[in-house]
Design a protein around this ligand. Structure first.
Ligand SMILES: [Zn+2]
Length: 419
């Protein structure tokens, strides 16, 4: 994609050919650039619609000899349209550099509309995004480095559709006794949630921490959707599947990434799972909170007690917020499948609000991780297999029927009536 705005003195170019660029459609009229978000098909899953087409990342280059003032409008027909919220934008002059908050006057409706007045100096190139952009290549190097520091083993077990390696970093040698803790990020590239796995991998690279967690095996998957990082997808993989909401472990053709992740889970048998995500363009509308599955999904009083203790801590860290709704046990997501098969205690998603700050969000991830580890101290994998009495068992089976049979049937009937 290539756009040009040319005057006698200047030439402004938009190339957006870097990995992770999300340029969307645009037209240029004088110094005004009218843009629209790149649309991906909204995901329909478990009777809900999820639209992730709310992100942009593109570059602007001024090849001229003088500075040039531009006015970028996203989703607006007119530059006059009023918006009241200060936009959260990130920018850098090179995609391999750290993106920093762009402190210019810019406005948004916190959905898909933006006004961005911008001045480009002579010869300047600026990469600009409405999310915390982290390049695929830079992250690849960073996680390899951190894994080396922590003596983690990279376990590649497959390739994405775009032939990018799907890999997990394993800390520790698994045994039948050891506790298995899985941590992931990067289901949705623009969310910038790799700050969490980065922070935890940094923590695990310290010798004293590896010693402290000697009985636990950690499985860290920083980029569940590697193609998303390369192609700049809002929420899907290379075949248009949203790997979080459409976790179809049997579809090796359209979502091999989840097939390999599930194969990995079958081997790792996680007892505990954190999956990090984040809000960013939503600004004040969204706060940090964990998804907390209702306790009756877990088997065994001890596991339920631990899940409750951890969730209380996480809720306290998130100003009393948590989500316990259907999304926490939707049948199409990995977290639900893990709990049914392995009785895994899951906090997936665990949503940050990057509006609170990048460093603060990373610290929240580490604090949550440490709190969970403290509660899980002394537990063994066998504790996850303890059986319940009949009444708990009966109640959970009722929930299983509701989640997998009754609710999908009701959603189907409702959709038929609406359509
Ligand atoms: Zn997400």
């Amino acid at each position: 994609m290539r756009g040009l705005y040319q005057t006698d003195d200047n030439m402004i170019e938009i190339k957006s050919d870097f990995s992770g660029s999300i340029p969307g459609r645009y037209r240029i009229k004088w110094a005004n650039i009218y843009m629209a978000m790149r649309e991906e098909t909204a995901t329909q899953s478990d009777g809900k619609t999820h639209d992730y087409s709310c992100h942009f990342a593109f570059d602007l280059k001024n090849s001229g000899n003088t500075s040039e003032s531009l006015y970028i409008s996203f989703g607006c027909e007119s530059v006059e349209e009023e918006m009241v919220y200060d936009a959260l934008l990130y920018a850098a002059e090179n995609t391999q550099n750290e993106f920093h908050r762009l402190k210019i006057f810019s406005k948004t409706d916190t959905f898909k509309k933006y006004h961005i007045p911008l001045t480009l100096e002579a010869g300047q190139t600026l990469y600009i995004a409405n999310f915390y952009y982290r390049s695929h290549e830079r992250l690849q190097k960073l996680f390899e480095y951190l894994a080396g520091m922590g003596k983690a083993v990279r376990v590649p077990n497959g390739k994405s559709i775009g032939c990018r390696e799907f890999s997990c970093y394993r800390y520790g040698e698994p045994s039948s006794e050891s506790l298995n803790v899985m941590i992931s990020s990067g289901f949705h590239f623009p969310e910038g949630d790799t700050i969490a796995t980065e922070k935890i991998m940094e923590h695990l690279s310290l010798p004293e921490n590896r010693k402290k967690y000697a009985d636990t095996v950690f499985h860290v998957i920083p980029k569940v959707n590697p193609d998303g990082f390369f192609y700049g997808y809002n929420g899907c993989n290379h075949a248009g599947f949203n790997l979080y909401w459409e976790f179809d472990e049997n579809d090796t053709e359209k979502c091999p990434e989840v097939h390999y992740l599930w194969q990995y889970c079958l081997m790792a048998r996680p007892n505990h799972y954190f999956d990090f995500h984040s809000y960013i363009f939503q600004l004040h509308r969204k706060k940090a909170f964990p998804y907390v599955k209702p306790l009756y999904f877990y088997q065994g009083a001890l596991v339920r007690d631990k899940a409750l203790e951890i969730s209380r801590d996480l809720m306290a860290f998130c100003r009393g917020k948590q989500v316990c709704s259907f999304s926490t046990y939707a049948p199409s997501v990995l977290a639900t499948k893990l709990t049914w098969v392995f009785n895994t205690v899951t906090f997936a998603k665990y949503h940050f609000a990057l509006f609170d700050g990048i460093r603060e969000s990373a610290d929240l991830a580490l604090k949550s991780f440490e709190a969970a580890m403290q509660h899980l101290q002394g537990m063994k994998a066998a504790d996850w297999q303890k059986k319940d009495n009949l009444s708990w068992h009966f109640f959970r089976e009722l929930m299983r029927i509701w989640v997998y049979q009754v609710r999908p049937f009701l959603v189907k009937v409702k959709n038929r009536i609406i359509n």
